[in-house]
Design a protein around this ligand. Structure first.
Ligand SMILES: [Zn+2]
Length: 261
């Protein structure tokens, strides 16, 4: 295949994928670019969880898991997608982090659970992660990474055909493996973080947890320093004063949701 026709094929594929995959999120009203059908979220999450279990001590029973599951299920039940196959586990490692996989598989690390003052702060963490899963942020992130590598493969193939230089094609392979671990280790975009704060705090309030604990949580996290090693809550959930300010600004609304129940 000549380089010109290859460029045309890649261009046509990009236009097809772009037009087919932009959907409007029903909860936020924001347009999202997602190449993965919602029906595949569950199997994708199960696959990713199986990968995590190969390397991490995942607890599926015991008092700490019971507590996380009790709070998590209470919030998931009033979320915009109560029918996802929700599950909550604890990873028995001294790491301050939590994450959500597509399809409603949520994990919190033992150190995170132990560092929180009460159920409401844990509900703030779980509400935030539940919102990420409901809003399909993992699938969105993976789609973006796929698109980046598709563009680089396309450019790499076109350039490679002309210059016999496969460096760019190799770069594309690197990005692909990055996407594979993206659910757990990559930071969400700023817009995803703010959405998860907003929707997650509304969920926790609706489930009966005082939403003011969300502000306490992020203030608490700010005082803790990232110590390197495995990804921590701050590295995958960048925190700053602006996100706390936004939560404070919306607090009258969250409190009205909390008091209305
Ligand atoms: Zn987040």
């Amino acid at each position: 295949m000549g380089k010109l026709s290859l460029k045309h094929v890649v261009g046509a594929a990009l236009i097809f994928v772009l037009s087919a995959c932009v959907t409007t999120n029903e909860v936020t009203g924001r347009s999202q670019f997602i190449t993965i059908p919602a029906s595949e979220d569950t199997s994708l999450g199960l696959e990713a969880m199986a990968e995590v279990k190969k390397t991490a001590p995942v607890l599926e029973s015991g008092p700490m898991v019971d507590r996380v599951r009790r709070i998590g299920k209470r919030i998931a039940a009033i979320s915009d997608n109560p029918n996802l196959p929700w599950d909550f586990v604890v990873i028995d490692e001294p790491v301050l982090n939590a994450w959500a996989l597509p399809g409603g598989k949520v994990a919190v690390y033992a150190k995170m659970v132990n560092s929180l003052t009460d159920d409401a702060e844990l509900a703030a963490v779980l509400g935030h992660e539940i919102a990420h899963a409901v809003l399909r942020h993992g699938a969105e992130q993976l789609s973006r990474a796929q698109m980046q590598s598709l563009i680089i493969v396309g450019v790499g193939a076109a350039v490679g055909a002309a210059t016999k230089d496969d460096e760019k094609a190799q770069l594309a392979v690197g990005l692909g493996s990055l996407a594979a671990q993206g659910f757990v280790a990559l930071p969400h975009s700023r817009s995803m973080e703010l959405e998860a704060d907003d929707i997650g705090t509304r969920y926790m309030a609706k489930a009966g947890y005082d939403p003011r604990a969300a502000v306490r949580l992020w203030e608490h996290m700010k005082t803790l320093k990232d110590a390197g090693g495995p990804p921590t809550f701050l590295s995958t959930h960048p925190s700053d004063d602006k996100r706390i300010d936004r939560l404070q600004a919306q607090m009258p609304y969250y409190l009205s949701v909390y008091k209305k129940r």
